[in-house]
Design a protein around this ligand. Sequence first.
Ligand SMILES: [Zn+2]
Length: 81
Amino acid sequence: MKEISEWRLMNDEAHTQTIAQIQGTKTTHDCILCGQPAYCGVEDGKQECWCFELAKRDTSGLPKGQCVCRACLSGLPLLQA
Ligand SMILES: [Zn+2]
């Protein structure tokens, strides 16, 4: 029972964080393209970022190591394999 309640707590926490990232209430930097507040999991000290779960975009025209917001990333051309 202890494990189950802990798992539920972690899930709620992750859920809350995801909502905060989508709504823009939790941000780490400003998007380099549009200047809107954006969130990067890596900049937040995490191993992962939400962008890892999306199809790879061609970010070759952007400064290295800088993230853009969800809206701008989805507007970039898909990276050709
Ligand atoms: Zn943007």
